[in-house]
Design a protein around this ligand. Structure first.
Ligand code: ZN
Length: 359
């Protein structure tokens, strides 16, 4: 019976390195050390949720219409946050109604969110309340009360014609006697949309977890239980109240492409999408590199995760995989295929890395 990587309990599950929400990949490396159900389903699952829903990777996952391998209730990351993280704030200025409106991506298509917007009459400041078919009048009342919007204000509604019926029913329950004028429709012209991410420590710990698990999957001579990994293990598995900048002790932005062809600015992925993971041992140091979504739009968001400093490390070894999505959708349960990358150059890193979190 093997011990869980993160605690003293017995480990039971063999885990994939990349969170389930990004799909299943044929021939994907697995973490060789099991996890106990508690660590896997609670502590680490919170990290996966943030990586797959709260950051740029979550946004791209929605934009590309990626379906996960887990059968979970669908969460709309544009409507609400996950595991303590914030929702994806995706918005544009709507000239027709003169306010900022929120957007979402539904099956890869950008569309306006269904929301109630209260606009302060004096300052013109807009407050947004996302609506869904399961929203109750009490929930809406609570949400509005918490925002404490100063009266008087104008009320605007953004919804699609097919949503109008349940939205009007909800608003009638919320404020009986409400009269609907001709619906003031939003212009539905989406220009220069902007997306805001609020990345928390859990998001970065989720990135660190992917790097650590990939490293262990490739270099099985190194046991994850070894004391040189105790720092990264506790960073990944323990919630603390320390300042978020401690993330920088473990994670940096890598400003140099992992895949050699990307050194050439002209060589952009031509419609293909992949995740790139790399791990390396060099004298005194173990580290991993994580790039979730190397795509045409995103050639360069790469993290380097410092896993261990130890003077006994003398070898030099590198391993890398590309997890490439199939062009034409899923094949059975697989979204794509993982294959080793032989020619990766992780040793050269110029321009130098920068802190993941600015102080
Ligand atoms: Zn455990």
């Amino acid at each position: 019976m093997a011990k869980c990587l993160y605690c003293a309990a017995v480990g039971e599950t063999e885990e994939h390195v990349i969170p389930a929400a990004f799909g299943e990949f044929r021939s994907a490396p697995k973490l060789p050390i099991p996890l106990c159900p508690k660590c896997n389903n609670e502590r680490l699952n919170h990290l996966d949720q943030q990586v797959s829903r709260c950051g740029p990777e979550g946004f791209m996952r929605e934009s590309y219409g990626i379906k996960g391998r887990a059968h979970k209730t669908k969460v709309n990351p544009f409507a609400r946050g996950s595991a303590g993280g914030s929702r994806l704030e995706f918005s544009t200025f709507d000239r027709e109604v003169g306010v900022e409106v929120h957007l979402e991506v539904v099956d890869g298509v950008v569309t306006q969110m269904c929301e109630l917007i209260l606009v302060e009459t004096s300052m013109g400041r807009a407050h947004h309340f996302p609506l869904s078919e399961t929203t109750t009048a009490d929930e809406l009342r609570g949400a509005i009360a918490r925002k404490n919007v100063p009266a008087p204000y104008d009320v605007r509604l953004s919804c699609h014609p097919h949503e109008q019926e349940w939205v009007e029913k909800l608003l009638r329950e919320h404020s009986p006697g409400i009269v609907f004028s001709e619906p003031k429709l939003m212009s539905h012209i989406i220009k220069t949309p902007e997306v805001k991410f609020q990345l928390s420590e859990r998001y970065f710990r989720g990135i660190a977890k992917i790097g650590f698990h990939y490293f262990l999957s490739q270099f099985q001579a190194y046991s994850g239980h070894h004391s040189m990994f105790s720092g990264i293990r506790s960073f990944i598995s323990e919630d603390t109240n320390e300042p978020v900048r401690r993330v920088n002790d473990f994670i940096q932005h890598r400003n140099h492409p992992l895949v050699y062809q990307m050194l050439n600015d002209e060589a952009r992925p031509d419609g293909w999408k992949a995740h790139i993971l790399a791990a390396e041992v060099k004298p005194g140091l173990c580290q991993a590199h994580v790039q979730i979504f190397l795509t045409q739009e995103n050639p360069n968001l790469i993290y380097t995760v410092k896993l261990a400093h130890d003077r006994s490390l003398v070898e030099q070894e590198v391993a890398a995989h590309a997890y490439r999505y199939f062009h034409d959708g899923k094949q059975g349960s697989f979204s794509g295929e993982a294959s080793p990358l032989p020619a990766i150059r992780v040793d050269q890193a110029f321009p130098p890395a920068t802190p993941a979190v600015s102080a």
